[in-house]
Design a protein around this ligand. Structure first.
Ligand SMILES: [Fe+2]
Ligand SMILES: [Fe+2]
Length: 334
């Protein structure tokens, strides 16, 4: 590969119209991976005394800027030590869910790469991305082990459907990359919102999120480019089917990321009434629908936002405006 100056995904974030443009975009993304990547052990300051889990433990109290548990009076009225315990569990569990989704992504991409034709720029880029995701998983596991809570991550049934990603990547790559977008967009949104805020979060969380965000920008950019390129080659019927599948995937995966499993609510004796208020109220739906701003723009750009699809987005309560540019700050973000 001919090396040019490092390029970020943002610089390469243009419309994909032709094979040449798509190849050039992937070449730029691959260059970005070669020149700017992170090490899970060197780029997180694990040995900093301030990073010890129980130093400044109040910093594990969940930030109200973007956490629906933290916004609820039930949580706010708990004693400080319980707020800290829930905060540690919540952060560790979110990272565990991220790690499980990365495993699905890696397994799918590996099988996608299995049959990529020689000469395709997808092989090199996907390989870079899998390496980065493996490093994220090492970083996530280190964080979970340091927090020291035995979190399980995804709840049923997604935990048991882990092989679906690999199947989709083999047979229906467009659906697989929708799953990728559904996994990456909400996490990216939540992490950006938190880092942009003035919340005093634990430095382990801040450092891990910063490293993750920097590389996820490339991954999201690739998933968007892939769908722009490949969906355009689908038949009208195929596109219509994809337009209905996309919001279902976004809703399903997005909520699986945001809403903790039943084990979490049982562990902390959180009443079912409170659980529903936290995650299934009209306010919560509005808040969660913001996670999909960029996904809706993508659906629109690739021709998957027809009148029937709009109804599905609406029924699933993840409809909303189309943001003017990627990751536009939200109404509740500051
Ligand atoms: Fe990642
Ligand atoms: Fe990623």
């Amino acid at each position: 590969m001919t090396m040019k100056p490092a390029t970020t995904s943002t610089a390469a974030d243009s419309e994909v119209a032709s094979d040449e443009e798509y190849a050039e975009k992937l070449r730029l993304l691959s260059e970005g991976s070669v020149h700017r990547h992170f090490d899970p052990y060197k780029d997180v300051d694990w040995d900093n005394p301030d990073y010890a889990v129980d130093v400044g433990a109040e910093r594990w109290i969940l930030p109200s800027v973007n956490d629906m548990i933290a916004k609820h009076p039930w949580y706010q009225n708990l004693p400080i030590d319980q707020q800290i315990a829930i905060g540690k569990y919540r952060m560790a569990n979110i990272v565990k869910v991220g790690q499980q989704l990365e495993c699905v992504l890696i397994s799918g991409m590996a099988l996608y790469n299995y049959s990529v034709p020689n000469g395709s720029p997808e092989f090199e880029y996907c390989t870079h991305e899998m390496i980065e995701e493996h490093n994220h998983n090492l970083m996530f596991q280190e964080m979970i082990d340091r927090i020291g809570m035995d979190v399980r991550g995804l709840g049923w049934p997604l935990r048991e459907l882990k092989f679906l990603g690999a199947l989709m990547a083999s047979w229906f790559p467009n659906i697989f990359f929708m799953i990728v977008v559904a996994g990456e967009e909400p996490v990216d949104h939540v992490q950006k919102q938190l880092l942009r805020s003035s919340e005093d979060i634990h430095p382990i969380v801040r450092n891990v999120m910063s490293v993750h965000l920097a590389e996820e920008a490339r991954h999201i950019s690739f998933a968007h480019a892939f769908l722009k390129k490949h969906v355009s080659g689908s038949s009208r019927l195929g596109k219509f089917g994809l337009s209905l599948v996309m919001p279902i995937i976004m809703r399903w995966i997005g909520y699986a990321i945001v809403v903790p499993s039943r084990a979490f609510f049982a562990e902390f004796d959180i009443p079912d009434r409170v659980r529903r208020q936290m995650f299934y109220s009209a306010d919560a739906a509005r808040f969660i629908s913001d996670y999909f701003d960029d996904a809706r723009v993508l659906a629109n750009d690739v021709g998957l936002m027809n009148p029937v699809a709009k109804v599905v987005w609406k029924i699933l309560r993840i409809d909303g405006r189309l943001s003017r540019h990627r990751s536009e700050p939200q109404r509740d973000a500051t």
